[in-house]
Design a protein around this ligand. Structure first.
Ligand SMILES: [Zn+2]
Length: 150
C-alpha cells in the first residue's frame, strides 16, 4: 500500500510540473504579444514626438538654402519643403542587428544633430530600399546560421 501511495504522489508531481510548464509557455506567449502591441503603438508615437526634437529641427534649419528651399545631403539638389525628408543617417533600427531594445531605439531615434540629414524624396527612397534589402539579407543569413547550428 505505501508503495502505491508513493506512486500516486509522483504522478501528481509530474502532472503539477506539466501544468506549470504549460502555464509558463502561455505566459511567455502573452508577454510576446504584449511586446508586439506595445511596439506597434509606441514606435509611431515616438516618431511623431521626434519631429519636435531640437537636433532634428536644427538639421532642417541648416539644410535651408533660402526661404522654403532645402539642399539634399546626397544629390545636393535644391528642393521645396514638401519634397524633402529628414532622415536618420544611421537607421533607427540597425539593418544588421535588427530590434535590440527600447533604450537603443530611443537613443537612435533621438540622436544628435549629426545623426540627421535632409534628403530629397528620391534619395530617401533609394536609401530606404537599400536598407530594406540589407535587412532582408541579414535576416536570411541569421536564419541560415541558426539552421546550421552556429
Ligand atoms: Zn537627393
Amino acid at each position: 500500500m505505501p508503495r502505491k501511495k508513493k506512486q500516486s504522489n509522483l504522478d501528481e508531481e509530474i502532472q503539477k510540473q506539466a501544468e506549470e510548464a504549460l502555464k509558463a509557455e502561455e505566459d511567455a506567449k502573452k508577454e510576446k504579444k504584449r511586446q508586439i502591441e506595445l511596439r506597434k503603438f509606441l514606435i509611431p508615437t515616438l516618431r511623431r514626438a521626434s519631429y519636435r526634437w531640437k537636433p532634428r529641427t536644427e538639421c532642417n534649419k541648416d539644410a535651408r538654402v533660402e526661404r522654403g528651399v532645402y539642399e539634399c545631403a546626397m544629390c545636393n539638389g535644391h528642393f521645396k519643403n514638401k519634397e524633402i525628408v529628414i532622415d536618420h543617417v544611421d537607421p533607427v533600427v540597425d539593418v544588421e542587428k535588427g530590434w535590440v531594445d527600447w533604450n537603443e531605439f530611443v537613443d537612435r531615434m533621438f540622436c544628435e544633430q549629426e545623426g540627421f540629414q535632409v534628403l530629397c524624396k528620391t534619395c530617401h527612397g533609394v536609401k530606404t530600399n537599400l536598407e530594406e534589402k540589407m535587412r532582408v539579407k541579414f535576416r536570411k543569413d541569421k536564419k541560415e546560421k541558426k539552421k546550421n547550428g552556429n
